[in-house]
Design a protein around this ligand. Structure first.
Ligand code: HEC
Ligand code: HEC
Length: 691
């Protein structure tokens, strides 16, 4: 063979990834997955860090990369080593030939990395672990645009980048946007009429915040974060008795605008508060929402799984920390040790699940039956660090403490009173204190994310080293500081500030901070019910069961008994009251991306898959609502197609049809029924993607 031909063949035999190697997508991702746990900011074996291009080139005691020459690079020699005591990584699978080829290609092409790459700081210097201070509000040049502090920060940032703000959305678009945002329903015809006569958006915001539907909408956001469901999961998937009282408690607390620091304390320690009430004790249902196995093969391991559910959820929900990763080994990427983890286990270890065999019991308080754990004894059991997470391998004894990286001095843990260990109360006070660097940042970011479609920090449950960095760090800190010190932890004040900003009221374009985003399944379903005229406004109480198509029940051994759907009027209540069975999620909810029911959900996914179109267009629920919608149009608009189309648009999209739309629909109605038109309207993009 002539050399050129050999070269050509060799060329084609190389893995294709070689030719498209990209530092950020290929190299950094690979190193992050397989190397950074030992060669990163938290741990530096052989003094070597591989978590930034500049550090890779610097090497440890010696250079590990020779740009242009992968063969002579120690890094490559060590991943290729045949001798197991030499080979990197020392644990887990070997790197695959493709992965090694990626590293080689990157080095052979000069080991180039972006010059502006941020070198991850030492863990103690990480931004979210620093105390929250209030940055000065910047003085922006085009200050006539600025309505409040949010706008000032955003505009200053735009000006730094030589950009201008996007124009405001139209008043009618804003009415629909703000109504869906705050209460999860479209504005009624009367509300649209009133607004057209007096287009005062601030007044609308105010009145929406006073509506009970506000708590139903925003309560659901919190239920996502706390892994709410109505059943236990696992094999038997038994119903959690009276768990809906916790759901109602959340809705009610938001409607009352309970200060969020109090809301946190009630959920973690509502039974230990000096001024405890029935309500604050219902709040501790938070601790019992997790999935658990009522027939565990290994009861001891199961006990630690249940404690893990509480520790992990507490870490993510309030602190934005993935502490659960430190259960079996020190966290590989965050400065969180197994000791930190078991010190938190010690806080919850006194809790006991009331149960008789497999059957869960409730706790009686003031003659009401509530779903909570209890502490049977004020003297806490001892807690040990479990080596490799194994209950049969206890290590040193640990006492309650908070993650060491977050504090200069451990907060004092109270002594037991006559009834409980008081450990959760001490933890709750620390979490909800203004000194905690994480709680307010995490919460403010969650609220921002719901309003804008994306958080200032895009990883809402992870503010650690592995989380994303804030897009507007000063704004985030200003908001967190303001929220605690000026707004008294009031969510409604935070909503007002955000919604009255020019920033939020901008038109949705690829450049504005407000994102186009599909409504959550609850808001889609509730909007369909509202538009069809069927929405049953009954609030609170036990959950209803939406119908499940027979085909979806087929696989179940007792398909008659497993799910008894509620009659239609009951099943036309708002989605937040729908029963969530972990092992059998209603297909409409599942296909439209209901939150994960097992662990804390930081943000709804928005997938686009074929079953969604089928559910929304051909599903029983959609067809039923289209039928009701058509009846309503006939009732309210008579038989005139023009009037019917006009009203359909106004109800569903809150605007007049354009003349092209009017014409198209008239043509459609000459061949098809009004029911079919209603199906089309409920399936318009604009219906589920509000401007
Ligand atoms: C579980 C921990 C661990 C992981 C994961 C790991 N390493 Fe190492 N690495 C070590 C230890 C310990 C040493 C020092 C002892 C030695 O040289 O074997 C080391 C040494 C090295 C050295 C030699 C540095 C020198 O100056 O002698 C290189 C190069 C290296 N690792 C590359 C990698 C690469 C590349 C990966 C990922 C593909 C990786 N390592 C993953 C633990 C790890
Ligand atoms: C139930 C126990 C358990 C939990 C929980 C756990 N791990 Fe591990 N992990 C292990 C074991 C066992 C190993 C292998 C031995 C070791 O490194 O200690 C391991 C190894 C690792 C490694 C090294 C792999 C390599 O190739 O070098 C990383 C990285 C890691 N875990 C990350 C995580 C993260 C991130 C989490 C949380 C999402 C987590 N682990 C939670 C048990 C666990």
């Amino acid at each position: 063979m002539r050399p050129t031909l050999a070269l050509l063949i060799g060329f084609w035999l190389l893995p294709s990834s070689v030719f498209a190697v990209d530092y950020e997508h290929d190299v950094r991702t690979l190193l992050k997955e397989r190397c950074i746990s030992c060669h990163g900011a938290v741990k530096q074996e052989a003094d070597l860090r591989l978590d930034a291009g500049a550090l890779i080139l610097k090497g440890g005691g010696q250079p590990v990369v020779m740009p242009g020459n992968s063969g002579d690079s120690l890094l490559i020699q060590r991943v290729l080593a045949e001798d197991e005591s030499e080979r990197m990584p020392p644990e887990g699978a070997r790197l695959s030939p493709d992965q090694i080829a990626v590293l080689r290609a990157w080095i052979d092409r000069g080991a180039i990395y972006p010059t502006d790459e941020i070198i991850p700081p030492r863990p103690a210097d990480h931004w979210s672990f620093q105390p929250i201070q209030r940055p000065d509000v910047p003085a922006a040049m085009q200050s006539s645009w600025v309505r409040n502090e949010i706008d000032a920060f955003v505009l200053a940032d735009l000006e730094r980048r030589n950009l201008a703000p996007e124009p405001a959305a139209s008043p009618t678009a804003l009415l629909r946007r703000v109504t869906l945002d705050l209460i999860g329903l479209p504005p009624t015809l009367a509300e649209q009429q009133a607004f057209s006569e007096q287009p005062d958006l601030t007044a609308v915001i105010e009145s929406l915040l006073q509506r009970p539907e506000y708590g139903e909408r925003w309560g659901r956001h919190w239920l996502d974060v706390v892994r709410y469901a109505d059943s236990n999961g696992y094999e038997r998937d038994a119903e959690k008795p009276f768990v809906w009282r916790y759901r109602d408690y959340v809705i009610e607390s938001l409607n009352q605008d309970k200060p969020f620091d109090r809301f946190i304390m009630e959920q973690l320690a509502g039974d230990e508060l000096p001024d405890r009430t029935l309500e604050s004790r219902i709040a501790t249902g938070f601790l019992r929402l997790g999935h658990w196995d009522d027939e565990p093969a290994d009861p001891q391991a199961d006990r630690y799984d249940q404690l893990d559910d509480i520790v992990s959820t507490t870490g993510q929900a309030f602190l934005g920390l993935t502490i659960g990763c430190a259960r079996c080994h020190d966290h590989k990427f965050e400065p969180l040790s197994a000791r930190d983890y078991y010190s938190l286990v010690a806080v919850f270890n006194p809790l006991e699940r009331p149960q008789a065999g497999r059957t869960e019991k409730t706790v009686m308080v003031d003659d009401v039956e509530i779903y909570a754990w209890r502490e049977p004894d004020a003297i806490a059991p001892e807690t040990y660090l479990l080596k490799r997470g194994s209950p049969t391998n206890p290590g040193e004894r640990v006492t309650p403490a908070v993650p060491a990286i977050l504090v200069a001095h451990q907060p004092a843990f109270a002594e037991p009173d006559e009834q409980t260990s008081q450990r959760r109360l001490s933890l709750a006070r620390w979490i909800a204190s203004a000194e905690n660097p994480l709680t307010a940042r995490v919460l403010v970011n969650r609220v921002w994310q719901q309003h804008f479609g994306q958080g200032l920090v895009t990883t809402a449950n992870d503010f650690g080293l592995m989380g994303s960095v804030p897009s507007h760090p000063e704004l985030l800190d200003w908001l967190a500081h303001w929220f605690m010190h000026d707004a008294g932890w009031s969510l409604k004040k935070l909503h007002r500030l955000i919604l009255t900003s020019q920033t939020w009221q901008q038109a949705k374009t690829p450049n504005s901070l407000v994102r186009y985003r599909r409504l959550e399944v609850e808001a889609i379903r509730d909007s369909m019910l509202a538009v069809s005229g069927q929405l049953n406004p009954q609030r609170s109480g036990p959950a209803f069961k939406p119908p499940i198509p027979a085909a979806a029940l087929e696989a179940n051994s007792d398909k008659e008994k497993v799910w008894q759907a509620s009659p239609e009027p009951e099943a036309s209540r708002r989605s937040v009251y729908a029963f969530i069975k972990r092992g059998l999620v209603v297909p409409l909810f599942e296909s439209l991306d209901l939150a994960d029911t097992v662990s804390s959900c930081p943000q709804r996914q928005v997938t686009t898959v074929a079953p969604q179109a089928l559910t929304l267009f051909n599903g029983e629920f959609s067809i039923q609502q289209a039928t009701h919608f058509a009846e309503r149009l006939r009732r309210e608009a008579g038989d005139d197609p023009i009037a019917q189309i006009q009203r359909a648009w106004q109800l569903a999209l809150c605007r007049e049809p354009s003349s092209a739309e009017q014409e198209l629909m008239q043509q459609f109605l000459r061949e098809e029924s009004l029911e079919q038109m209603c199906r089309v309207v409920l399936n318009l993009n604009e219906f589920v993607y509000p401007e």
